[in-house]
Design a protein around this ligand. Structure first.
Ligand code: HEC
Length: 116
């Protein structure tokens, strides 16, 4: 039988994911808010939006990803307004410390597995 404490803990874990009522675009998986249309238009031409949704970066990190794609992957230059809108969107929803999302694992805290 599940103890009351465990049941309460489970409920507390579940509640925040429901109360965070972000609208998600079923086609791309991207959160629908300011900048979404632009990101959908500019950033899903060459690859799935999953590459975005599964990534977390700071604003600076996103900028570097965009520069990297421009330098090596054929992404066109974006005009200033478009780029700012994309960065605002990404830096709101796809940042490492985004609320309600698990923070990234810190790899150097891993320990090698030792069998007994
Ligand atoms: C001209 C084509 C093109 C467009 C447009 C494009 N990308 Fe990419 N992007 C790529 C390619 C190619 C890769 C590498 C894919 C792979 O490794 O499978 C990539 C990889 C990525 C990655 C993964 C980077 C990594 O470190 O693995 C992210 C995140 C990403 N793109 C985000 C975006 C965002 C945000 C936009 C909109 C500004 C965008 N992409 C628009 C071509 C494009």
């Amino acid at each position: 039988m599940i103890s009351l404490n465990k049941a309460v803990a489970v409920v507390l874990l579940i509640i925040p994911s429901f109360s965070q009522a972000e609208q998600v675009d079923p086609q791309t998986g991207l959160i629908i808010d300011q900048g979404f249309d632009t990101v959908k238009k500019q950033c899903t031409v060459c690859h799935s939006a999953k590459l975005i949704v599964q990534n977390r970066a700071t604003r600076q990190g996103w900028m570097e990803t965009i520069r990297w794609m421009q330098e090596t992957q054929g992404l066109q230059q974006l005009d200033q307004d478009t780029e700012q809108e994309i960065l605002n969107y990404l830096a709101t929803y796809y940042v490492p410390e985004a609320q309600g999302r698990r923070s990234p694992l810190v790899i150097d805290q891993w320990r090698p597995y030792k069998a007994n």
